[in-house]
Ligand binder design. Sequence first.
Ligand code: ACO
Length: 463
Amino acid sequence: MKKRSITKLINEAAKKSKVGKYNKEDTSHKRKIDWPVDCNIGPGLEGAIACETKIGYINGSRGQMIYRGYDIFDLAANSTYEEVSYLLLYGNMPTIKQLEIYKNKMIKYRTIPNTLRNLLGFPIEDMHPMAALRLGTNLMRHRLTWRDSDSAKPDFTEAIASDEDSIPMETQPYGEKHAKYEFKKQKTGRPADANKITDDAISRDTCIRLTSGLATLAAAIARIREDKLPIDPDPELSHAANFIYMMTGKKPNKEEERVMDVCLILHADHGMNASTFASLVVASTLSDIYLSIGAGIAALSGPLHGGANEAVIKTLETIGPVENVDAWFAKTRSKKTKIPGFGHRVYKAYDPRALILAPLAKQLTADTHEEGSVFDTANRLEELVVSTLGKEKGIFPNVDFYSGLVYRGLGIPDAMFTPIFAVSRVAGWTARIDEYLQNNRIFRPRAAYTGDFGNKYVPIKKR
Ligand code: ACO
């Protein structure tokens, strides 16, 4: 297969997405919000409007997705994750100077030796990487966080997982009957500005710290799972290239770097999805942002949300070669089982992200592409679902259907698919928390009680 440029593939996907439905002007976002609003609410808060935002917009019937007014196809074709995460947080495209300052901060915040040192004390290899990522994110808020902030460059002495208590303890021979032990005075005092660094847990710098730091955490987790030591970040590389490098130990070529960058752009934000809502709920209590992002990671890990990308690959492998797909689909349909990677609460048209990821997956797997490959199985499943459930119920591939195949094409292990989603989405989570807290109101919906009234307590022996 002849390789084509990634930008060309994205522009072709953009053309595909804009057929027909784009003729009518979209006025849904022009409504002035006059609180309180009337909306039809279904179970799972379907249809509920929780807050106002200027960060991102999805039109589910047109398959349209924008960040701060910019179409996702335009951003994927022309921008970088650094620019896009800046855009989400600050609301405008950066100037050359602003981007330089932002990139330098991202590079500085890649280095989190003390968080990694704490993380290494846990049995990471036995955890799902999403559990490890949530733990690591919360460790960034550990009392030692300020130590990470001290170091713009790797600190090898700190990075080694030594037993902090045992190092300064020395036997002092006083000639007594029993040896006396004393602890040498440790240099553990917090610097004068430590409170500012750790307690200012909702500043924009903290958002950047998390956006950058999560990539280091995820990469370290990927390596620890393979019995390898974490790799120090390379300040010469872009965020996407450095992330691949820290994970795999190999510097990516230009195409691999660009593909990862596009994936990070596509996953960076997406309306009031479950994980964004979870992180906003926690932030609305004025809990700190590290814990809020931890909540977002927890929500993202489920197979109905970000965990679907890993579930997709498992499903495709269960199906096996392409000739098994039709029979598998018929059986699954008759049982009304949901197929991972399809369907969406908001999209009743093609998810624009899937339109980009499908040709990327095809191109990346082209070198290893043989008859009966996982890509062929995926492609046939898509045809069957779209021609049946697509027509009947508006069920189309979502972002998770092809992303795993793209990551496989980059040589990334399956268990890391959902953490990569989090490494990108942290930009949207932090931007939306930052926006929401400017006009905070604690989230507190109600549940409709449908239980009993008037029951009387009966002692246990008489029940
Ligand atoms: N496969 C087959 N049928 C489906 C699928 C699917 N993946 N998704 C929805 N349907 C059907 C349902 O059975 C239901 O049919 P019915 O009306 O005959 O009962 C109808 O479509 C509506 O489905 P709901 O479950 O009510 O849709 P909801 O908005 O609650 O759920 C969700 C959305 C969770 C994404 C669902 O489509 C799903 O479970 N998909 C599979 C998991 C997945 O891919 N998740 C990732 C989503 S993208 C993301 O979060 C990043």
